[in-house]
Design a protein around this ligand. Structure first.
Ligand SMILES: Cc1cc2nc3c(=O)[nH]c(=O)nc-3n(C[C@H](O)[C@H](O)[C@H](O)COP(=O)(O)O)c2cc1C
Length: 151
């Protein structure tokens, strides 16, 4: 069964709300396994067909946990080539972090990324949460389509 990992960081809970909505949307698609986690190791990433990262922007950058995850994955030569990647996050005024994550996924790990990233200003409202559910659903459906053409 195709597997999706949603890994996120959130200091004040805004990106966490988005992560829960992405997971909710992905879980509406039958035949896809969905894991939502606050903590992932580089080795864990290998086991998933799609990796969706939730990261808020602090100081015009991604947060240290997410940066370390990709740094370590690169150091350990973890092969993520061809996996689907997506990113989302809450922000206040500039919102660079999810875009930076997509750049690393695409340029360093040769993942197939879903662009642009999904952003919500501060606390996500109902419309933003619905977009998060849509993102989760879309990635899950993409995975199902890919896995059905593999065999
Ligand atoms: C110290 C600090 C620095 C921040 N730096 C930025 C920034 O550079 N760009 C931006 O868009 N938002 C910035 N923000 C706003 C956060 O991204 C925003 O509060 C977001 O909702 C936090 O998400 P979280 O609840 O998932 O941690 C900053 C907030 C704080 C407290």
């Amino acid at each position: 069964m195709p597997k999706i990992l949603i890994v996120y960081y959130s200091r004040t809970g805004n990106t966490e709300k988005m992560a829960q909505a992405v997971a909710e949307g992905a879980k509406t698609v039958q035949g896809v396994e969905v894991e939502l986690t606050y903590h992932a190791t580089p080795e864990m990433l290998k086991a998933y067909d799609a990796i969706i990262v939730g990261v808020p922007t602090y100081h015009h950058d991604m947060t240290i946990d997410i940066k370390t995850l990709f740094e370590e994955a690169a150091t350990k030569n973890i092969d993520l080539k061809g996996k689907i990647g997506a990113a989302f996050g809450s922000y206040g005024w500039s919102g660079e972090a999810p875009k930076l994550v997509l750049e690393i996924m695409k340029n360093k790990f040769e993942m197939k990324v879903e662009a642009p990233p999904l952003l919500a200003k501060y606390t996500p409202d109902q419309a933003a949460l619905e977009k998060c559910r849509e993102l989760g659903r879309k990635i899950a459906e993409n995975l199902l389509n890919i896995s059905s053409t593999k065999y």
